[in-house]
Write a new protein. Structure first.
Length: 171
C-alpha cells in the first residue's frame, strides 16, 4: 500500500497551485495524507476528487469552512498500521516523549505546522513524520513531501522528496 504525505500547502497564499510532481504522485497512492494548513477548500476538493482515500486534518491557518469538514486529529487503520494525523505537536525538544504520551495507541503519527521535514521514532516505537511543505519552504533549502509504503502492518520505504523551485501543476 503506497502513501503520499503532505502538509502546509497554504494555497493560494504561498503558491497558486500544487506542484506538478506532487500531483503526479496521487494516482499511484492508495492513501493521501494531508496534515493541515490547507488554507483553501479548493485544495481539499481537489485531493478528495483525485485520491482513492484521503486522510486529513485542519491546521491553525484553516478557517471555519475547512474546520467544518475536517477533524483536528484523524486516526485510521492503514493496512494494519495504526496511523494518526495532527497538525501541531509543539516544540521539537521533547516532541517524541509528548507525542508518545498523547498517542499511545498509534504506530505512526504524521504532523505538520513547522514546515520542517522530520522522521524520528520515540522510545515507545511511535514513528513521527513531518513531510515539510511542497509550497512554503520557509527557512528550509527545499519544498518537500514524503512517500512511504505499508506492508505487513509495517511502515517501509519512507522517502523525503525535494521539489525544484518551479514545479507547479493544476489545482
Amino acid at each position: 500500500m503506497r502513501l503520499l504525505l503532505m502538509s502546509d500547502t497554504h494555497l493560494p497564499k504561498r503558491a497558486k497551485e500544487l506542484p506538478a510532481p506532487l500531483l503526479g504522485e496521487i494516482p499511484a497512492a492508495d492513501v493521501v495524507i494531508h496534515a493541515g494548513d490547507w488554507v483553501d477548500a479548493a485544495t481539499l476538493d481537489l485531493l478528495q476528487h483525485r485520491s482513492r482515500r484521503l486522510i486529513g486534518v485542519y491546521g491553525n491557518n484553516d478557517g471555519p469552512d475547512l474546520r467544518a469538514r475536517l477533524p483536528e486529529v484523524a486516526r485510521a487503520d492503514v493496512g494494519g498500521l495504526r496511523l494518526g494525523v495532527v497538525h501541531e505537536t509543539g516544540p521539537a525538544q521533547g516532541r517524541e516523549r509528548r507525542c508518545a504520551a498523547r498517542f499511545p495507541d498509534l504506530d505512526v503519527l504524521v504532523f505538520g505546522h513547522s514546515h520542517i521535514p522530520w522522521d524520528t521514532t520515540a522510545t515507545t516505537g511511535l514513528r513521527l513524520l513531518n513531510p515539510g511543505s511542497p509550497t512554503d519552504r520557509r527557512r528550509q533549502p527545499h519544498h518537500t513531501y514524503m512517500t512511504a509504503t505499508v506492508s505487513g502492518a509495517s511502515l517501509r520505504d519512507v522517502t523525503l522528496h525535494r521539489l525544484e523551485p518551479r514545479t507547479t501543476g493544476a489545482r
